[in-house]
Structure formats: C-alpha cells, structure tokens
Design a protein around this ligand. Structure first.
Ligand code: DOR
Ligand code: ZN
Length: 351
C-alpha cells in the first residue's frame, strides 16, 4: 500500500468558533495539525489581547476534554489573532506583541464575509496600526475582497488587489502580509510579483473545485464559501502555484463550520467544513497533478518559515486507502455539521 509520511502540518487559517462548537472543532483540528491560526470572527469578535488570551483558554479546555490521544493533545497549539477594527490602536498592537500569544492581526473589510460587520470601513486609514504591526513584526492576514455592492462577486478579489492591497504594500513595504484563501490566478500572480514579505494560503476547496461544482445541476450549498469558487482556469493556476514548490504558498484550510440547517437554507452561510479530511483532500489535489512530493513543504514547512517558527518534529502518515467522508457530525446542541464532500469517497486516509 502506498504511504506518504509528512512532517506534522500546521493550519495557518482555521475557524474553531466558540462555546459548544469547540467540542467538535478542536478534536477535529488537533487530529492532524499542531499549530492552528484561530480566526477571530466570533460574535463578538476577538478585538483585544485579553479576549484572545481568554479565547485560547476556552480552546485548551475543550482540548483537555477531547477524546483524542495525549500525544495529539500536547502537540496542539492554538495561535491567536486579533480582529482589526476602525478602533484598533497602535498601542493595541504593542500589547499584542508583548503577550507572546497573538500571532497576527486579521483584516476583514466590513461586510465581506461571515461575522465581518465589525470589520474595517476605511482600510487605508488604518496606517498607524499597519505601521505598528510593521515595527513589531506582527503579520497582517487579509480577507482580500472589496465589498461595494456594484462590484461583481467574481471580481471582488482582483479589485482588492488593485485598489487596496497594492497600496498597503507600497506604504508598508516591510509589513508581513498573508493573502488568505486566494481564489484567482490574479491573486497567485500578484503574490508571485511581491517580495518575501508577501505570502498566501490556499484552501483544499479552491484546489479541488471551481464554480461549476457549486452551480451546475443545482446550487450546492456545501461548496459555498467566500471568496467564492471561481472558474476552472483559476483553479488550475492555484494548483500550479501550490504544487510549484514556491514557499510563498502554504496550507490554510479556512475550515469554517456552520450547522447544516444554516447552509441548506434560502440564505445559506458561507464556509466549507474541511478540518477532519483536510490532509486527504490536499493529497487528492496534489496527487491529481502528480505532485505529491510537493505536499510536505506546502503543508508543513513553508508556513512555519513565513511566520518565523520552527518546523514541527513529529510526523503524520497518509495511506492510499479509500475512505468515505461521514454525512455529518454532531454539532452544538442536537444540530449537525456537514463536512465538505460528505458521503463521498477519498483515495487517501490518515493512518
Ligand atoms: O467562507 C467563509 N467562511 N469565508 C470567510 O471568510 C469566513 C468563513 C466563516 O467564518 O464562516
Ligand atoms: Zn476564514
């Protein structure tokens, strides 16, 4: 049987949510990943270092109660992120830096996605905060979409690059920036054209699927995430850069749980839940283009290097053995959570 042993990966972009959700999401994430960058778009968001510290404690309590091995428990390391608002100050960044707990700051343009109502309205007006982040070496993680109603949803990422991100980079050339969950060839090529301060994460769904999967034959709500899946030519370019061995591109699942009834809904929520099967999903994408040899650096090395963290020392082994993804998991109080590709067969499994 074909096996693939990798350095233990980290997930540089995940949504664990809060409260009861943690009983589901934390063991799922901890099964595969050591460090996870925990997105702060809770209700209300994580805006201060004190809130980030308290949130991390709640995650660790869920971890202690989880039914997973002690080895996985001790390896799991949630890294916290502050949610940038119109009111975040340069001092907030200094406090975040000195905490040693806050790994990054997340920029959600107001209204761009789930729980982004408190996001930034005047992004280029946040210069003092970007200056402080540049000074303290705190990376800026961007949800790169403009939000104007008159901009087509399929063009929102490109417009963000042209109108916002290029200006931030010009004004703050030493600010480390992660272009989160990129979805277009434009974003991939933009990232390639920048220096080493700029990197990008790529999700499993944007490597495996395109907008036909979402829309042909009926609307498939479990493929709906933001930024939305684009046309196949973009998917192909993302696969090219992810498997190119370029350290600018690394793993960030953007696993984003929403209870099944809130996705299978007349106004369905955005987010694909992939935490459990993320590695077999990435393996399928890389295997599909004959690039399994490039998976380890993408999943386990390049992200750590970008964040200036040591590469993990433990390993995880994938085997080429079919598995069927469950139809759902139990979630919250009596609810269910439908994973990406529920009920479908995957060629790779975690040993
Ligand atoms: O699809 C998404 N879901 N995109 C995001 O940016 C947020 C996420 C969520 O929190 O559900
Ligand atoms: Zn996200």
């Amino acid at each position: 049987m074909q096996t693939l042993t990798l350095i233990q990966p980290d997930d540089w972009h995940i949504h664990l949510r809060d409260g009861q959700a943690l009983a589901t999401t934390v063991p799922h994430a901890a099964t595969s990943f050591n460090r996870v960058i925990c997105m702060p778009n809770l209700v209300p968001p994580i805006k201060t270092t004190a809130q980030a510290i308290a949130y991390r404690e709640r995650i660790l309590t869920a971890l202690a109660n989880a039914d997973i091995s002690d080895t996985r428990k001790s390896a799991f390391d949630p890294r916290m992120v502050l949610y940038l608002t119109d009111h975040t100050t340069a001092d907030d960044i200094a406090t975040a830096k000195s905490s040693g707990i806050v790994q990054a700051v997340k920029l959600y343009p107001a209204g761009a996605t789930t729980n982004s109502a408190d996001g930034v309205t005047d992004i280029l007006g946040r210069g003092a905060v970007f200056e402080s982040m540049q000074k303290h070496g705190i990376p800026l993680l961007v949800h790169g979409e403009v939000t104007h109603n008159d901009v087509d949803i399929f063009d929102r990422e490109k417009r963000f690059l042209d109108e916002i991100l290029s200006v931030i980079i010009k004004n703050f050339p030493n600010l480390n920036i992660v272009m989160e969950h990129i979805t277009t060839s434009d974003a991939a090529d933009f990232c390639l054209a920048q220096d080493e301060h700029i990197a990008a994460t790529i999700t499993p769904q944007h490597l495996l699927f395109n907008r036909n999967h979402l829309l042909v034959g009926g609307v498939k709500p479990h493929f709906y995430c933001l930024p939305i899946l684009k046309r196949e030519s973009h998917q192909k370019r993302l696969l090219e850069v992810a498997t190119s061995g370029n350290p600018k591109f690394f793993l960030g699942t953007d696993s984003a749980p929403h209870a099944t009834h809130t996705k299978e809904n007349a106004c369905g929520c955005a987010g694909c839940y992939s935490a459990v099967h993320a590695l077999p999903l990435y393996a399928a994408a890389f295997d599909g283009v004959g690039a399994l040899d490039k998976l380890e650096n993408f999943a386990s090395v390049f992200g750590a290097k970008f964040y200036g963290l040591p590469v993990n020392t433990s390993t995880i082994t994938l085997i080429k053995q079919e598995q069927t993804i469950p139809q759902s998991y139990s979630y919250l109080d009596g609810k269910t959570l439908t994973p990406l590709l529920a009920g479908q067969t995957l060629a790779w499994s975690i040993q």
